[in-house]
Design a binder for this molecule. Structure first.
Ligand code: ATP
Ligand code: MN
Length: 483
């Protein structure tokens, strides 16, 4: 009867004193042959289990080591010690699983995040990663809550796709053809994908947007929340080869509606975490403050984690056009002192250093940049009306967040068939293959818009973790696919 146990979170928050309880968990530390700090993952806090002196034989005491799993029967009592209001006075201790203290890699001391990445299969058992992944869970729940409350339909878009038109990034190929050179070939020597599993060349999806648009043309408002894959060979603290993305798509929606929804969404997620994960956030706040202390003064963040989240919640995001952003950069002391590595001119794709300047130095809050040059954005974004020749822009919007850079990328979509076809031609996208997509514009087209929010970047923002590898359970990055 395992389900007779009480989770530690429940015991600490509303356990009734002087009651018999059963707790189970893993030993974090064992002090003075008397005090066990036990954790079951339900909260960052451990419960203290007191072993009455002389009540347990030597052999059993020796097996209470860091990492071992225990079942404890005892009485919940008010604690005399500091740091906890209740503790368990044990009368029966059962070892469920031993953990050799010499070999268990997680010693009760501070380990570096890099080391913990190498033992990612065990890092859930640390305070920091316990906090990060409980928050990740809470945020995922809050995503569904936000859209469900607003009547959006959760649409599962395919993971395997045949379209590579989105151009969001390099793709991973999906095939069952042999790799040893014996794959069937066309006359010109190229591989004959007609013989492949799907009878055509297929890939893992980089975005569910195009399929999402099909859903929005029937349900009005949909969202996707699923894994996406990009074979981008960029080893940054912001990019994964496998990451989770949330993509709402709304009919009867323009760029401004889109921005309003995105801002409300980001704030909802932050607010939910602050309300439901206060303990874990407090722990991460302290962790981050200690990490910041190691940095030189001018590189330190001005606000603590919780202070930053509250600030973002309480303030409007700054909204500027791409053209304004370029002008701000051109006027900036950083530009005049030649501090930027990349050039600044109308038409460039904003580099990370430019985004960081706007967000962290100039506005000091999240910024939504809109109306980017058409040349640097995707084919499906709506052309702005009345542009100067040579300075055509599209109804795009990116949300840039302090410490993270781009967290949301979105746009109003081109709903006019002729314009869209012209753009596809410009980008060299075969119009026949995309006929299913163009049908949305042929039969009852409407103004519509949507965006993609990178879930891990959002988790990074809320937890203050500097490296994206530390906010997904098992990171997939170039040359790394462990566990
Ligand atoms: P970036 O310029 O940072 O590479 P992007 O322009 O390629 O981003 P989009 O194609 O607009 O990004 O994707 C939507 C969102 O998905 C981004 O705003 C970001 O939050 C997230 N994202 C994009 N690429 C990755 C990745 N490789 N790993 C994790 N999140 C990503
Ligand atoms: Mn990218």
């Amino acid at each position: 009867m395992f389900n007779k146990r009480t989770k530690i979170k429940a015991l600490l928050s509303h356990g009734v004193v002087d009651q018999e309880v059963v707790v189970m968990g893993w030993v974090r530390t064992f002090r003075n042959n008397q005090f066990i700090a036990l954790n079951d993952g339900s909260t960052s806090q451990n419960i203290q289990v007191v072993v009455p002196l002389g009540s347990v034989d030597e052999a059993l005491l020796k097996r209470i080591t860091t990492g071992a799993s225990l079942r404890i029967e005892g009485k919940l009592v008010a604690s005399l010690g500091k740091g906890q209001s209740v503790e368990v006075l044990a009368n029966l201790i059962e070892i469920l699983g031993d953990s050799d203290a010499e070999k268990f890699p997680l010693q009760p001391k501070k380990h570096s995040l890099e080391f913990l990445r190498e033992i990612a299969h065990l890092r859930f058992r640390t305070q920091t990663f316990g906090a990060v992944f409980r928050i990740r869970h809470a945020l995922a729940f809050a995503v569904h809550q936000f859209f469900n409350e607003r009547g959006f339909v959760y649409l599962h878009t395919p993971i395997i796709t045949a379209s590579d038109a989105e151009g969001a990034g390099e793709m991973f190929r999906v095939t069952t053809l042999p790799m040893d050179g014996s794959a069937p070939r066309n006359e010109d020597g190229s591989i004959d994908y007609k013989e492949d599993f799907f009878g055509k060349s297929t890939n893992l999806t980089v975005s569910g947007q195009l399929e999402g648009e099909l859903g929005a043309m029937a349900f009005s408002e949909i969202y996707t929340f699923g894994p996406t894959f990009r074979a981008e060979n960029s080893n940054t603290t912001r990019h994964l080869a496998e990451f989770w993305m949330i993509e709402p798509e709304m009919a009867f929606c323009d760029l401004e509606d889109n921005m309003n929804l995105a801002e409300a969404f980001v704030k909802h997620l932050i607010g939910y975490a602050m309300e439901h994960c206060a303990d874990d956030l407090a722990w991460l706040d302290t962790r981050l403050a200690e990490e910041e202390k190691q940095k030189p003064q001018q590189e330190r963040q001005e606000m603590g984690l919780v202070e930053k989240l509250k600030f973002v919640l309480d303030n409007d995001f700054e909204r500027i056009t791409y053209t304004d952003a370029i002008n701000i950069l051109l006027q900036s002391p950083a530009y005049k002192k030649k501090k930027f590595q990349y050039e600044v001119a109308w038409g460039i794709d904003l580099q990370s250093e430019h985004e960081r300047y706007l967000v962290e130095k100039h506005f000091k809050k999240p910024v939504i940049v809109t109306n980017y040059p058409a040349k640097i954005k995707a084919f499906y974004m709506r052309m702005d009306d009345g542009c100067e020749p040579g300075k055509e822009t599209v109804a795009a919007m990116d949300i840039l967040a302090p410490g993270i850079g781009e967290i949301v990328g979105g746009s109003q979509r081109e709903e006019r068939l002729e314009r869209l076809e012209a753009r596809m031609e410009e980008f060299g996208i075969p119009v026949e293959e995309m006929s299913w997509y163009l049908d949305t514009r042929r039969f009852g087209t409407v103004p519509h818009a949507g965006f993609g929010l990178g879930f891990e970047r959002m988790v990074q923002f809320v937890t203050g973790m500097g490296n994206i590898r530390d906010v997904i359970p098992f990171a997939r990055t170039p040359k790394n696919c462990e566990f």
